[in-house]
Design a protein around this ligand. Structure first.
Ligand code: FPP
Length: 243
């Protein structure tokens, strides 16, 4: 394969990479530019990373694009992020479809502006039969909210006598979450030097490997992604067992 910057074992790429795309604001600020410019450049990174994941044979890519807490940001910035989402989907859908990418969302998208909902539904529908990379966009997503609705759903089934308490197991909880169609992440990447999960996939990361880089999201690229995968491949995943 061309353009391999690291000696990656292509037979062992992580099946699911989940990314906390952080640092757009700081990246822009250090260039005396508005934060929204950082987000705009962040979309360029999304394009690169989606393509590179497809190329390397990653099966699932999940991007934390907008958290339940991000509504607290100034209205201008929230609007800019929503517009970027719409323009990304409008511009990229044909290319994503051509590359066999299947688009999903996690989180409560019903609270997003109608233009986002329409564009997302169209993208999800058009790519639903694709068999390549599954690109999940976490939008208005918060893991505690997701866990809470899973617990509520299961409690209701118990209340209605459809299941008994003894039926509740990991599998039932996993399949009650908005990530039910996605395998648990093998590798979680966070950019820009912060080392926390910020309410992302709390249930699903039980056995994930974590990779932190000081690079801000707009500076992350194909080479940085390969570096993360290379670093992941050097680790010894025991899943609580001995080897
Ligand atoms: C983190 O930077 C980034 C975000 C909160 C948003 C990420 C979203 C996009 C790049 C674009 C829209 C999404 C799609 C799917 C096209 P930050 O603002 O938290 O940076 P800071 O920590 O330096 O302030």
């Amino acid at each position: 394969m061309e353009n391999l910057y690291y000696d990656i074992d292509l037979g062992r790429v992580p099946k699911h990479i989940a990314i906390i795309m952080d640092g757009n604001g700081r990246w822009a600020k250090s260039r005396m530019m508005p934060r929204t410019y950082g987000h705009k450049m962040g979309v360029e990174t999304i394009r690169k990373v989606v393509k590179e994941c497809s190329r390397l044979g990653v099966k699932y890519l999940t991007l934390y694009a907008f958290s339940t807490e991000n509504w607290k940001r100034p209205a201008d910035e929230v609007n800019a992020l929503m517009s970027l989402l719409v323009s990304y989907l409008r511009k990229e859908l044909a290319e994503l479809h051509k590359n066999n990418v299947k688009i999903l969302t996690i989180g409560d998208i019903s609270k997003l502006p109608q233009a986002c909902i329409d564009e997302l539904n169209k993208s999800i529908d058009e790519t639903k039969d694709n068999t390549g990379l599954v690109l999940s966009l976490a939008l208005n997503y918060g893991s505690r909210a997701d866990i809470k609705s899973a617990v509520t759903r299961i409690a209701k089934m118990v209340e209605e006598g459809k299941i008994s308490i003894d039926d509740i197991d990991d599998e039932m909880i996993s399949s009650s979450m908005s990530t039910r169609n996605i395998v648990d992440p093998d590798l979680v990447i966070r950019t820009s030097g912060e080392q926390r999960l910020s309410n992302f996939l709390l249930w699903e990361v039980a056995y994930s490997e974590f990779y932190f880089t000081d690079k801000h999201w707009p500076d992350f690229d194909e080479e940085a992604l390969q570096e993360a995968i290379y670093n992941y491949q050097a680790r010894d995943r025991r899943f609580g067992n001995v080897k």
